[in-house]
Design a protein around this ligand. Structure first.
Ligand SMILES: C[S@@+](CC[C@H](N)C(=O)[O-])C[C@H]1O[C@@H](n2cnc3c(N)ncnc32)[C@H](O)[C@@H]1O
Length: 248
């Protein structure tokens, strides 16, 4: 497939063309492994009706809705992007779920220390100032609380031009390897960090794709989707995801 050259006409609401595409198309489960991997991960956690959970960078709120409806947990869904927030709110209204949906940034989220039992980040930390966001997540967790992070990794050192290509398209400041993520979690204060072993989910997603389109979609958004798939194919086996279970 030919790489797409001109993306100029797309109106960006953030520095990441890819994140703008996700919000306008309203892609649900926009993380490796999709909702099925989320369900698998939470199967072995001790979530119940008394658990307080924060879904950071909740997107259209698919995971937050699942955790509220399946476990009856008290879920807060937050995202920086107003289009995502609108779509997450409309999902909670449609299914009459008592999920609190708030706009904010995980780099600075003014809630009390020790508020949450679980914080879940699905393909979000890769896009933010990682040390800042992780300090905030650590602060917001109760003692013994868990961060569950499903995040982008690379399996081997990239050439400078490949690294630049990926960073530019996704709007990233770095692309950590698994060991770099562990160092970041440790620096934030997490002591017990477990990595779930799994298959490479970057090109596999057996969850049903979900879209909540905005009105008046710019046709260039489809080119962004193709460029995203081009990158996944080009770096197959190199771009990967890691699921990290970190306890405070
Ligand atoms: C790849 S999407 C994943 C969305 C969702 N977690 C999912 O799996 O469908 C990344 C999300 O992170 C959000 N995001 C980016 N920077 C953020 C920040 N500083 N604070 C909160 N959310 C942020 C984006 O708006 C976007 O919704």
């Amino acid at each position: 497939m030919m790489p797409i050259r001109s993306l100029k006409k797309v109106v960006l609401i953030s520095s990441s063309t890819y994140l703008s595409f996700l919000s306008e198309m309203g892609v649900g489960g926009a993380h490796p492994g999709g909702l099925n991997l989320t369900k698998k991960i939470f199967n072995t956690e001790k979530v119940n009706g008394g658990s307080r959970i924060l879904d950071v960078g909740c997107g259209t709120g698919q995971t937050a809705a699942y955790l509220a409806s399946c476990y009856g947990a008290k879920v807060t869904a937050m995202d920086i992007n107003p289009i995502m927030i609108e779509k997450a709110k409309s999902r909670m209204m449609q299914y009459q779920l008592p999920v609190e949906v708030v706009q904010g940034s995980i780099e600075d989220f003014p809630l009390q220390d020790g508020t949450f039992d679980y914080i879940i980040s699905e393909s979000v930390l890769a896009f933010v100032n990682k040390p800042k966001a992780l300090n905030e997540i650590f602060r917001l967790l109760k003692n013994g609380g868990r961060l569950i992070a499903n995040e982008l990794t690379v399996n081997k050192q990239l050439t400078p031009s490949s690294e630049e290509e990926i960073k530019q398209f996704y709007g990233l400041d770095s692309i950590p390897m698994e060991a770099d993520w562990i160092t970041l979690f440790e620096k934030a204060g997490f002591q017990s960090i477990e990595v779930l072993k799994q298959n490479n989910y970057m090109l596999q997603n057996d969850s049903i794709p979900e879209f909540q389109y905005s009105e008046h979609l710019d046709p260039n958004l489809y080119f962004i989707m193709i460029q995203h798939l081009n990158i996944l194919m080009k770096y197959q086996g190199i771009l990967d995801n890691g699921v990290f279970l970190c306890t405070k």
